[in-house]
Design a protein around this ligand. Structure first.
Ligand code: HEC
Length: 139
């Protein structure tokens, strides 16, 4: 490597460092963008509605409570403040059989609606979506 390319390399590295705060800020903003839309606490976008329907169909409330407040399973209002989306998906799809959380990867509905389920539960965890029945915005 001649001196010129080496300096260019250092300059590029410096630029990368200067740009770093900007790069770091971008994903943080993206993570803050809510994965659901909600109006009046109980009207949601179609995707989030499918998440709620999946929650009902799988009867997750048997163990996590009708308002996700926790029963034999932990409070998902709390869990969704801590788990990221990938961790959430792994917990639901693979389950934690030895600890009493069933695996749902054999369910077509859960596989197809895992993002929606996340959106719904995130909305519950954020306190933006009320417990109970939901309907679609504008319907
Ligand atoms: C038979 C009871 C049962 C059912 C039904 C059930 N869960 Fe669970 N779930 C548990 C238990 C118990 C745990 C805690 C496992 C552990 O200790 O790691 C858990 C853990 C979880 C976690 C991880 C929480 C964390 O903080 O790490 C998520 C997310 C979750 N369940 C979502 C769901 C969803 C969504 C459904 C419905 C599709 C569901 N569960 C159905 C019992 C259940």
């Amino acid at each position: 490597m001649n001196r010129l390319t080496k300096n260019a390399g250092i300059a590029a590295a410096c630029w990368a460092l200067l740009a770093l705060p900007g790069l770091l800020a971008t994903p943080a903003v993206a993570a803050d963008a809510a994965p659901y839309k909600v109006v009046d606490g109980n009207k949601v976008d179609a995707q989030t509605l499918s998440g709620w329907k999946t929650w009902r169909a799988m009867a997750c409330e048997r163990c996590h409570g009708a308002a996700q407040e926790g029963m034999v399973g932990p409070s998902l209002v709390n869990s969704l403040k801590v788990l990221n989306k990938d961790e959430f998906k792994a917990a639901v799809l693979k389950g934690r059989i030895e600890k009493g959380m069933p695996n749902f990867d054999t369910s077509k509905m859960v596989n197809e609606n895992i993002d929606s389920l996340y959106a719904y539960l995130k909305g519950r965890s954020d306190g933006a979506i009320e417990p109970g029945r939901l309907q679609e915005i504008g319907k």
